[in-house]
Design a protein around this ligand. Structure first.
Ligand code: UDP
Ligand code: MG
Length: 311
């Protein structure tokens, strides 16, 4: 059996050597299996690609694809899936936050316990800013409530899958990608392996708070139409309220005449309703913008350099 290990890399020159050594140690222990190690260099600006090429010169199992610029981890993972040839495929970060030592156990689960995939979930968020953990929890609660798919809190992208699952993912060639949702959407039975959060060995996380926020919006818009429904409900409720107000005003006019007063409250109401309208148009815009990007059918990434002969 052949296992492909996809490693997305963006500015990881400090961690690559240690990662490669650890991966080598683990793959050395799994003697029955053949390995393909697929580094996807996501337009790194440091020396990452030179280090990867150095590995490839000495190790025939190593393939690499280097992008023309930074396209994001989602694009890197997709490129990995497209170019993988293994019977099983794993995705693993280059910073050793996804311990390669879990691989043998994961492999046993897919070969002996009858699972289609094994995914990892961190049980703690140790070492993470508390505010970030709080927002992350809120996000998972929200998205599970408003979308049909299951998204597990604390799920990492580190997982091992059967070929059939990878083929299904490759068919989902959408431009706006949210992997946690895609993994959930395609189904198959997945075993969840919990583990304690590990801090990255070197370098810094590529995720700023703002980037995470945008990514969470991506997840919501890609896998739920609830915001659109909420804005329709909003509109409907406003209509009902205005109907009641109109009746009230007519009755008051007939009963008490029409003293001119209340321009301040009128102005407030206009501003309030204007705000709600813009807010709802904004929601609509989010969906429309994504439709626009999908319709253009731009490639997800551009390859600059690779050692895969068929590419
Ligand atoms: N990564 C990537 N492209 C990016 C950002 C990150 O390929 O634009 C890679 C990165 O090199 C690492 C993995 O994705 O191997 C996870 O990134 P990071 O450790 O920053 O995320 P975190 O573990 O903090 O969620
Ligand atoms: Mg990391």
């Amino acid at each position: 059996m052949k296992i492909t290990i996809i490693v997305p890399v963006y500015n990881e020159q400090e961690s690559l050597q240690a990662f490669y050594e650890e991966l080598n140690r683990v793959t050395g222990e799994m003697k029955e299996q053949e390995f393909e190690i697929l580094f996807i260099d996501d337009g790194s600006k440091d020396g990452s690609i030179e280090i990867i090429k150095g590995f490839a010169r000495k190790d025939a199992r190593i393939r690499y694809v280097s992008f023309s610029r930074n396209f994001g981890k989602e694009a890197a993972m997709y490129a990995g899936f497209v170019n993988s040839t293994g019977d099983f495929v794993a995705v693993m970060d280059a910073d050793l936050q996804d311990p390669p030592s879990m691989l043998p156990e994961m492999y046993r689960a897919v070969t002996e316990e009858g699972y289609d995939s094994v995914a990892t979930r961190r049980v703690s968020r140790k070492g993470e800013p508390p505010l970030r953990s709080f927002f992350a929890r809120c996000f998972y609660k929200l998205i599970n409530r408003i979308s049909d798919i299951d998204i597990v809190d604390g799920a990492r992208d580190y997982r091992l899958m059967k070929r059939a699952m990878v083929d299904a993912i490759v068919k989902m060639s959408e431009v706006n990608r949210f992997s946690k949702g895609i993994f959930g959407w395609i189904g198959f039975n997945t075993k969840w392996v919990p583990y304690e959060n590990v801090n990255r060995i070197a370098g810094e996380s590529k995720w700023s708070f703002w980037k995470l926020f945008k990514y969470s919006l991506e997840g919501i818009v890609d896998f739920s139409a609830a915001p659109l429904q909420i804005s329709s409900v909003f509109g409907f409720v406003m209509c009902l309220i205005s109907l009641v107000a109109i009746i009230f005003l007519i009755v008051r006019r007939l009963a008490f005449g029409d003293p001119v007063a209340g321009w301040a409250s009128t102005a407030c109401i206009i501003v309030f309703i204007g705000g709600i309208q813009l807010f709802c148009i904004g929601i609509l815009g989010q969906y429309l913008a994504r439709t626009y990007l999908e319709v253009k059918k731009r490639p997800l990434y551009v390859v600059k350099e690779t050692n895969i002969e068929t590419l």
